[in-house]
Write a protein that binds this ligand. Structure first.
Ligand SMILES: NC(=O)c1ccc[n+]([C@@H]2O[C@H](COP(=O)([O-])OP(=O)(O)OC[C@H]3O[C@@H](n4cnc5c(N)ncnc54)[C@H](OP(=O)(O)O)[C@@H]3O)[C@@H](O)[C@H]2O)c1
Length: 343
């Protein structure tokens, strides 16, 4: 069978990593995507030209993603070398002695010999329960916190590159101090820091530090993760402080700019980031929206529109994913975020 768009025009829009490998500016997010839905979503994304898929041990969907990837690779529809697959070391494996074990579990589930990028999912670690899959909890429902030694874990991450199990290594949810400490002790620099980043949380200080260190940023929740607050409230009974800011996808300014370009608000929000060289990984399971989110390389926002969108920044107040739905996490010495008075 003929290969479909092996590194098509979209996939060539990429960031050059220190390893010499290119990381596509657009990837498919897969958090909260169930097994039944993910194969179809990966198919739709690969059809639409995506070559970068973002998953994690914690998303519990690596096996189904692996099945979809195998169909494409074994069917000759794309080469392994055309794909950029990211997965992540879970919080329950965030210790040097467990890095290789969890990476090998992910590789087996993904049916791959190597991933393109292995990230430390969070800067804090939890003690696992007996299954090794979930965090252990105290009687009051709070999580059992583990010591987390960033330097020791990073050395083990570097070993995974040496052993060929991953092409690149990076971090996620690291603050400036954690990133600088890792860099100061690194033989291999982090390929990226994957953090929450959208028009309401533009991470200007963190971005400046990453730029100084030569570390590209990957924006998670680039559309503002509509529905995430409700999900956390329902699943963990975690109450967010009142937030009257409108859903970013419905914001009047974003709508005006979208109308001016005959684009959708999602496309404008993604463009605002990629036009600044930020990698984006929007999640969708809807084939129409997956395709729509990829059609962002054929227009340009004006300097004035870029400035207006940058003006939507709410700073820390704009953060959605603060992990405080995991009871007691903020007591971990490596909890990365400043706590809002209102939170
Ligand atoms: N490292 C970390 O700690 C971390 C944390 C969170 C997320 N992530 C990664 O980042 C990815 C993206 O973040 P996210 O899932 O939080 O949020 P997001 O990508 O900002 O938003 C996803 C939501 O937007 C909807 N959507 C997607 N495209 C749309 C469009 N064109 N128009 C209207 N609605 C649209 C999706 O619904 P439909 O599916 O129905 O289209 C879904 O409900 C995750 O999936 C995951 O891979 C990483």
């Amino acid at each position: 069978m003929a290969r479909v768009g092996s590194i098509g025009s979209m996939a060539t829009k990429s960031v050059l990593l220190k390893s010499g490998q290119r990381m596509p500016l657009l990837g498919l997010g897969t958090w909260q995507v169930r097994h039944e839905e993910i194969e179809q979503a990966v198919d739709a994304a690969l059809e639409a030209g995506y070559r970068h898929i973002d998953t994690a041990f914690n998303y519990n969907n690596e096996e189904a993603i692996g099945r979809a990837l195998r169909r494409w690779i074994d069917g000759g529809r794309c080469g392994r070398e055309d794909l950029f697959i990211t997965t992540k070391l879970p919080h329950v494996g965030n210790r040097a002695s467990d890095v290789e074990k969890y990476l090998k579990k992910s590789l087996s589930r993904l049916r791959l010999d190597y991933v393109d990028l292995y990230l430390i999912h969070m800067p804090f670690g939890f003690v696992p329960d007996s299954s090794g899959e979930n965090p252990a909890k105290h009687d009051d429902g709070s999580y059992v916190l583990d010591d987390t030694d960033h330097v020791a874990v990073w050395k083990e991450m570097e070993k995974q590159v040496d052993e060929g199990l991953t092409r690149n290594i990076g971090v996620s949810n690291y603050n400036i101090e954690q990133l600088e400490r890792t860099v100061a002790n690194a033989r291999i620099l982090p390929a990226t820091n994957q953090v929450e980043l959208h028009a309401y949380l533009q991470q200007t200080k963190l971005r400046a530090s990453c730029a100084k260190l030569g570390i590209p940023i990957t924006a998670y929740s680039p559309l503002g993760s509509p529905g995430a607050r409700i999900h956390f409230e329902q699943k963990y009974n975690y109450q967010y402080p009142d937030n009257t800011a409108p859903d970013l996808l419905q914001h009047p300014l974003v709508k005006d700019i979208a109308n001016a370009h005959q684009k959708t608000t999602a496309q404008v929000l993604l463009k605002h980031l990629i036009q600044q060289g930020i990698i984006v990984i929007p999640k969708s399971t809807n084939p129409k929206r997956i395709k729509e989110n990829a059609e962002i390389f054929d227009f340009q926002l004006t300097p004035d529109q870029m400035m207006q969108l940058s003006g939507l920044d709410l700073g820390e107040e704009g953060r959605i994913i603060n992990f405080r739905f995991w009871k007691g996490v903020e007591k971990h010495p490596e909890y990365p975020f400043t706590i809002q008075k209102s939170a």
